[in-house]
Design a binder for this molecule. Structure first.
Ligand code: MRU
Length: 364
């Protein structure tokens, strides 16, 4: 069942259309100005959609890549085609481990099959991954709701800060960090969300858009205001998503997350990370092993928006040759994370905590 709505209509971020040899996605580069559905009908289109962030967010990247394999195998499904598809999709974005997790799952499922059976099996496995994502995010919402309830203090309302977009747009439905927010809001708990703009790609605008569509009260703020908001007691809890959680509980997430964790610790505000099991990488011992994506410098040199007539437009704010650094993620040490919320429950951000939730995934 789809839960999230756009203008009152149940909507998922990705819809398979196997009879047309395609998938439909919401083009996130058009939001929040327009909610546009884009049809992707080839491996190349899927690769481009992930690289350009028409689809983004760790769980959704994994699901989209799984369908990308299915699309690649539609006309030919020999070993070489399968491996080339996995290689092309695996090279799109380095940090979110869900991408590599989904591709490894497709490879393990398809390689033993004779080529004529692979395309249909790929569609089915991608469907399973998508459906699991929905159910896992729903359960993250249920577990996180208990934590939020405990946060209801004297105000009688919970003030929540989030960063980037870890809502339903970053998954198939529900979201990760926003799943507890939606669950609490739907149960009538009085809450308000402080949404960090998240320069340079402004994923906070996506968060504000989806909260608006669901009717959740929220306020957008410039990233640099986070310290002040936390220090002056305006925030009861910070909840963010994750692109990869190392075996020791270190968390890679959108650039700027680490600064919020530091400010939250200084203000004694709990800092929660919500993510499904597919985001935990037990092969990464700690955060220094996590590859950090460096994105194009033009993301800082050019501003994206729309002009007075509402047409999408770019504004140059820096010369083409201006030196720019654009790391897209940072690593928050486990010591700054109050708890990890996954589909299996809530645990300390530590190797023991993660192992206790996922005993079958640990190496040794
Ligand atoms: O670069 P993006 O927009 O794909 O980065 C997304 C994030 O960092 C999210 O916080 C993370 O993927 C968690 S999504 C549920």
């Amino acid at each position: 069942m789809t839960v999230m709505k756009v203008q009152g209509k149940p909507t998922r971020t990705i819809t398979p259309v196997p009879q047309a040899g395609a998938i439909d996605i919401i083009d996130q580069t058009a939001l929040p100005q327009a909610c546009r559905v884009l049809r992707l009908d080839s491996l190349e289109a899927v690769v481009e959609a992930i690289c350009s962030m028409q689809v983004r967010g760790a769980p959704l990247i994994g699901v989209t890549a799984a369908y990308g394999v299915a699309l690649a195998l539609t006309s030919r499904a020999d070993d070489a085609t399968l491996l080339a598809a996995i290689r092309a999709l695996g090279a799109t974005r380095p940090t979110a481990v869900n991408l590599h997790w989904a591709l490894a799952r497709l490879q393990a499922c398809l390689t033993p099959l004779p080529p004529p059976l692979r395309a249909e099996a790929a569609w089915l496995e991608a469907d399973r991954i998508a459906e699991e994502d929905v159910q896992q995010c729903r359960r993250i919402g249920e577990h996180g709701l208990q934590l939020l309830r405990a946060q209801l203090g004297e105000r009688g309302r919970i003030e929540i800060m989030t960063h980037c977009n870890a809502g339903w747009l970053a998954t198939v439905d529900h979201g990760t960090a926003l799943a507890p927010v939606y669950a609490a809001f739907d149960q009538g708990i009085d809450l308000h969300v402080w949404v960090s703009e998240t320069r340079p790609r402004n994923q906070g605008l996506l968060t504000a858009w989806e909260l608006h569509e669901h009717g959740v009260p929220h306020t957008l703020f410039a990233d640099n205001a986070a310290g002040l908001l936390l220090a002056r007691g305006s925030i009861d809890a910070v909840i963010v998503g994750a692109d990869r959680i190392a075996a020791n509980g270190d968390v890679a997430n959108k650039i700027g997350t680490y600064l919020k964790a530091l400010a939250a610790r200084a203000a004694s505000v709990p800092f929660y990370v919500a993510a499904p099991g597919s985001t935990i990488d037990f092969a990464c011992a700690n955060g220094t092993d996590i590859p950090i994506e460096e994105r194009a410098a033009d993301e800082l040199r050019l501003l994206q928006g729309c002009d007075a007539a509402g047409r999408s437009a770019q504004l140059r704010q820096l010369a083409a040759e201006a030196a720019v650094a654009n790391p897209a993620f940072d690593v928050t040490p486990a010591s700054l994370v109050s708890a990890v919320i996954s589909e299996r429950g809530v645990c300390p951000a530590s190797s023991d905590g993660l192992r206790a939730l996922y005993p079958e995934k640990t190496h040794g």
